[in-house]
Design a protein around this ligand. Structure first.
Ligand code: G3D
Ligand code: MG
Length: 182
């Protein structure tokens, strides 16, 4: 079997400089292909993943939509979210305002523009900067619960800590939502 079973559009949400692009690059390493969409102010990255579960091998093509410098412009977001199947909601653990903006801005917009059953996980990034941390693991965990995120993971796009796990768990959540796996 070499055909891809699914193609998923994944949106990476979060304020400027939380580490969205770094997370994608850390995840897909050298095998990424990038395409810039100037009208949207967005970069597109593509990567394939095989999920082996429930005695199935499911081939997925992931297309990551990465807002590039237009994080503040709310008017581009409906287009950005169109057809989105899953999202990473990313904040920077050293900048509380980026944590606050998950609920105040990103999640609100996301909910208003995607299908109700679209999966999302909450990511607290930059945990390697432990001495500058201002958002605790407990606060992150609580927010994830409050907003009904599928999962909460703390990552470092710099060291690579938990990055693969984060992306993979989102794909698994999407496949569960589709009823492909249990
Ligand atoms: P964005 O795409 O959300 O705007 P970027 O964010 O991926 O461009 O990252 C913004 C800055 O944070 C970059 O630094 C990047 O190297 C840094 N960064 C991203 N993730 C991490 C992390 O996990 N740990 C640390 N220590 N730094 C991180 P520069 O200096 O290039 O602007
Ligand atoms: Mg970026």
């Amino acid at each position: 079997m070499s055909e891809r079973d699914f193609i998923f559009k994944i949106c990476i949400c979060g304020d400027f400089a939380v580490g969205k692009t770094s997370l994608i690059k850390q995840y897909i390493e050298k095998q990424f292909e990038k395409e810039y969409k100037p009208t949207l102010g967005c970069d597109l990255f593509r990567s394939d993943i095989d999920i082996e579960q429930d005695a199935k091998n499911i081939h997925c093509r992931l297309v990551f939509w990465d807002i590039a410098g237009q994080e503040k412009y709310l008017q581009v977001r409906p287009l950005y979210f169109q057809g989105c199947r899953g999202a990473l909601m990313v904040y920077d653990t050293t900048r509380p305002e980026t944590f606050q903006n998950i609920t105040d801005s990103w999640l609100k917009d996301f909910k208003g523009n995607v299908r109700e059953d679209t999966s999302y996980i909450l990511i607290g990034n930059k945990v390697d900067l432990e001495e500058s941390r201002l958002v605790s693991t407990d606060e992150g965990r609580e927010l994830a619960k409050k907003i009904n995120a599928t999962k909460f993971i703390e990552t470092s796009a710099k060291t690579g800590d938990k990055v693969i796990e984060a992306f993979k768990s989102l794909v698994i959540a999407i496949l569960k939502q589709f009823g492909e796996i249990r």
